[in-house]
Structures are given as C-alpha cells and as structure tokens.
Design a protein around this ligand. Structure first.
Ligand SMILES: CC(C)(COP(=O)(O)OP(=O)(O)OC[C@H]1O[C@@H](n2cnc3c(N)ncnc32)[C@H](O)[C@@H]1OP(=O)(O)O)[C@@H](O)C(=O)NCCC(=O)NCCS
Length: 206
C-alpha cells in the first residue's frame, strides 16, 4: 500500500542524506522520513499511547480499548492507515467493515467483512504534531486509498459537535444525531461517499 499511496502532492520529497566518510564506510540504515502504511497488531501499543493521551485526559474514554485496537488490526488491517516519521507513529486511522445504513452501538466493537461501508472508529494525531495539517492530510490519503479498495462505497463516522466543521472540510456530509452514546456523550453521524469520483480514481494510482 505504501506504493499505492506514494507521491502525494502534500508530502515533501525526501532525499537520502549524503554518505559520510566516503564509499568505503558501511552504508547506514536509515528509516524513511515519512511513510504511510496499513497498521499491524505490532503497532497497537503506539496507537493506544496516542489514543490514550488524546482522549483520556479530555473525556476519560478512548474510542477503542487496547484489546479492540488489537482485534481490528488483526481482523481488518487493510482498513487502517498509519503515518510514520522516521519510524515513529505520528497519526493513524482505524476502520472496520459495517453492513447497515446507520451506525449503531454494535458498530463500536464489530467488524463485518466484505461490507460496502467503512466505519472509521478513530483518527488521532500525536499531540506534538497537531494543528500542522497532518490530520487533514491523513484523512485525505485514507479516503483516496479507500476508493481503491474493491467493493467499498462509503465511510461513516461519529464525532462530537466541535469536530463537525473539520469533517465537513474533508468532504463529509452530516447525517444528523447518532443513536450511539458513550458515557452521556452525544455524537453526529457523518458520511463520505467514495464512489462517483472517476477523476480522483483515475489519478490516484489505484
Ligand atoms: C482532531 C485531530 C485529528 C485534527 O488533526 P490536526 O492534525 O490537529 O488537524 P489539522 O491541522 O489537519 O486541521 C486543523 C483543523 O482541525 C479542527 N480541529 C482540530 N482540533 C480541534 C478542536 N479541538 N476543536 C475544534 N476544531 C478542531 C479545526 O477545524 C482546525 O482548523 P483551524 O486550524 O482552521 O481551526 C487532532 O486534533 C486530534 O488528534 N485530536 C485528538 C483526537 C480526536 O479528537 N480525534 C477525532 C475524533 S476520533
């Protein structure tokens, strides 16, 4: 997938550093400056650390427990996307398959394979990297990527009112209040249609 996602206009090109000490020295192994890839269960701890910092201090609740992160990354890694800088996870999205029109409480913990809908459980950016455009870029790349996954037609998510403008800017539409509640928190359901974008598909390296 890294190949599919390479070449975003948002990413600065990365150049390997000039070798130090001439050609006889051993080549240094360097981590890619910036890499987008699907997550694996091995990434679960890094995911959960970012998630815990982002949500526990604010609402006391994480969208996904560590076990749920592990489950989704084992069951449907192809519906996740991580952004790594020099090997460190800086932002991620975790999704799972969903097979009904609207999200319900069951969607919070279940993955339905071969479904036309992705439920985006969580988008989170490391606290040191927020307000730099990373959340928007990762979301854009994720939606581009989903367009290339056969059978997928739309992405759904729930968010609190204050994040509705963020998702509207990314092309989501409001679908009204969600039936889901977590610890008395209320959410709006948002939808992004993946189909009908022949131009985006033709030019996205699918
Ligand atoms: C929400 C989040 C993913 C945005 O990522 P980001 O990289 O900081 O966002 P960007 O720099 O791409 O875009 C900034 C925009 O995000 C929106 N935004 C981000 N955090 C916000 C907040 N706490 N309240 C309101 N709007 C917010 C604003 O529209 C902002 O635009 P502005 O700078 O013009 O005001 C990131 O702040 C984050 O990880 N927050 C904690 C976890 C979270 O709430 N995740 C979303 C629900 S799953």
């Amino acid at each position: 997938m890294t190949q599919q996602l390479a070449g975003s206009p948002f990413l600065k090109p990365t150049f390997p550093k000039a070798p130090v000490g001439g050609p006889l020295r051993h080549r240094r192994h360097t981590l890619p400056a910036s890499e987008f890839r699907n997550l694996t269960p091995q990434d679960a701890i890094s995911v959960f650390e970012i998630e815990r910092e982002a949500f526990v201090s604010v609402s006391g609740e994480c969208p996904l427990t560590l076990d749920e992160v592990l489950n989704f990354l084992a069951q449907c890694p192809e519906l996740s996307l991580g952004w790594f800088e020099e090997g460190q996870l800086v932002a991620f999205i975790i999704g799972s398959g969903w097979d009904k029109e609207k999200l319900s409480q069951e969607a919070m913990t279940q993955h339905f394979p071969h479904s036309p809908t992705v439920h985006m459980h969580v988008l989170s950016v490391h606290r040191h990297c927020r307000q730099q455009g990373k959340g928007s870029i990762l979301l854009w790349r994720y939606l581009q990527y989903l367009r290339c996954v056969p059978g997928l037609r739309r992405a759904l998510l729930i968010c609190e009112d204050f994040l509705v403008p963020f998702y509207l800017k990314a092309g989501f539409k409001e679908r009204g209040p969600s039936a889901i509640s977590v610890s008395n928190m209320r959410f709006q359901e948002m939808e992004h249609l993946l189909g009908g974008q022949a131009y985006a598909r033709r030019n996205s390296g699918c």
